[in-house]
Design a protein around this ligand. Structure first.
Ligand SMILES: [Zn+2]
Length: 147
């Protein structure tokens, strides 16, 4: 299991955006793998049920790994789940051979909060205002489902 206290790049602390957040411990070059998003593997069918509940709460800890398997990151020890959403993120998630990593999209300064775009879609999007503070904030955490 990945331990954040051994993580060279980031640490968890209180965030202005929401609850806890993940912050840069030092200057981070673009392209760095910051932290692995760990969890338990579940079927996509199980994931659908969890997803419905989580989206309604405005949080989602699921990453689709393959056409059959999803990673459920809502577990103790997955500090990457504390990463907040931003409409102008400095990081993104990527699937590297079946493992999910959060990668720096640009150079990140020491002390900056690590964020990525959750890319959620739900019809109840108005229930989840975004507080990321970005100039180009989309106002909501999730967007309406594409019809
Ligand atoms: Zn926003």
């Amino acid at each position: 299991m990945f331990k954040i206290n051994k993580n060279k790049w980031v640490k968890v602390r209180k965030s202005q955006i929401h609850n806890k957040g993940v912050f840069a411990k030092k200057d981070i070059p673009k392209g760095t793998y910051l932290i692995e998003y760990v969890g338990r593997k579940i079927t996509n069918k199980e994931a659908d049920e969890i997803s419905e509940r989580e989206v309604s709460e405005g949080v989602v800890y699921l990453f689709e790994l393959t056409s059959k398997l999803t990673l459920d990151g809502n577990i103790k020890g997955n500090d990457a789940r504390y990463i907040n959403h931003s409409c102008e993120p400095n990081a993104e998630s990527l699937n590297d051979d079946g493992r999910i990593w959060i990668e720096a999209m640009r150079d990140i300064n020491k002390g900056e909060e690590i964020t990525y775009d959750y890319c959620l879609t739900t019809d109840d999007y108005k229930d989840h205002p975004c507080r990321c503070g970005a100039k180009k904030c989309k106002k909501y955490l999730s967007l309406p489902k594409k019809k």
